[in-house]
Design a protein around this ligand. Structure first.
Ligand code: ZN
Length: 323
């Protein structure tokens, strides 16, 4: 039997190490080429969970990015389970953004896995923790897109990530971002009309607690039939408590949410009527999902304006006579 000396194995090992280092060098160069976007014709593939992240980034990214949001209209992110197709889409992405703060509760493991190999950012987790709201059990409220300033900060972190991924597009992204953020600030100005609603009627009753940040920003009291997530049952006591609030404050209207079954809110309306409190359905609000892509409500600015106008019309008083 042929035996090799320690020296021989040592040389083999050394050769392997060099070979490996050379390979690494080559792949590093490839990555660098990809990261610096030397292939200028290739759009950056951005994948997001909710469209509240994806749509603004498609505006800011312009023709340099291809954005796909996994969760479309009417989809409830609290309960959403990723499909095989979604996992494929995430694997093919260059950059992935999600809200975090336990919004996409069933996708946490997937993000932990894919962030080992690509750029993944929970944009909601980049903002100052002191600005976050919590419920009575100290669970964090993930619906931060309803605070326009916080959402601007979260989107800013996403744009920073895009710039890092593609430095040669950084000034293009920055320019678009500045323009988009001006529109966000205009939206904030426009929302001030909500404070024209008499203070005692500035109460937002909805199916689940998605509007905490909205309420804080626009000085409205918020009552959700369900808590911060939609994963629990709605009990008769929840419905009764909500009716009690409506009776107490003489709330003129309640609202359904596009991503949540409207039966619970209808039960509140019926219950209040039985107690002699006339209450109407104020309309449909976009909470955790936006409208259809290609419509005004399919944009962040449009869905937010839709909510402002719907709430304003229903609660301002005097103008509603139906129901
Ligand atoms: Zn929600």
């Amino acid at each position: 039997m042929i035996t090799f000396s320690k020296k021989f194995w040592g040389i083999i090992l050394l050769c392997c190490t060099f070979l490996l280092a050379a390979c690494n060098d080559k792949s590093a160069t490839n990555n660098e080429q990809k990261n610096t976007g030397k292939d200028n014709n290739k759009k950056i593939t951005v994948v997001t969970t909710i469209a509240q992240i994806g749509e603004p980034l498609s505006v800011i990214g312009g023709d340099r990015v291809e954005v796909k949001s996994l969760m479309g209209p009417s989809v409830d992110p609290h309960l959403y389970q990723a499909t095989h197709g979604d996992i494929q889409t995430l694997e093919n992405a260059d950059v992935v953004f999600y809200n975090g703060l336990h919004l996409e509760a069933n996708m946490v493991d997937i993000f932990e896995e894919i962030e080992k190999s690509k750029s993944v950012l929970a944009i909601g987790e980049t903002i100052d923790k002191s600005k976050l709201l919590h419920d009575e059990n100290n669970a964090v409220d993930p619906h931060i897109w309803f605070d326009i300033d916080l959402w601007q900060q979260a989107l800013d972190a996403a744009v920073d990530q895009l710039k890092e991924y593609s430095p040669e597009n950084a000034s293009y992204f920055e320019e678009n971002k500045v323009k988009y953020f001006e529109k966000l600030q205009q939206l904030k100005e426009d929302a001030k009309k909500l404070t024209e609603i008499p203070e005692e009627q500035r109460i937002l009753v909805t199916a689940h607690d998605a509007f905490g940040y909205f309420g804080r920003m626009h000085h409205m009291k918020v009552v959700g039939l369900q808590g911060l997530s939609t994963d629990g049952e709605i009990g008769i006591s929840d419905i009764q408590n909500t009716i009690d609030t409506i009776v107490k404050y003489k709330v003129p209207a309640v609202f359904v949410e596009s991503s949540i079954n409207e039966s619970s809110i209808k039960a509140v309306i019926e219950g209040a009527k039985k107690q002699g409190v006339p209450i109407q359905l104020g309309g449909e609000l976009f909470s955790d999902a936006m409208g259809k892509a290609g419509t005004e409500e399919g944009t962040y600015l449009g869905m937010y304006r839709h909510n402002i106008d719907t709430i304003y019309t229903a609660l301002k008083g005097g103008s509603n006579t139906n129901e």
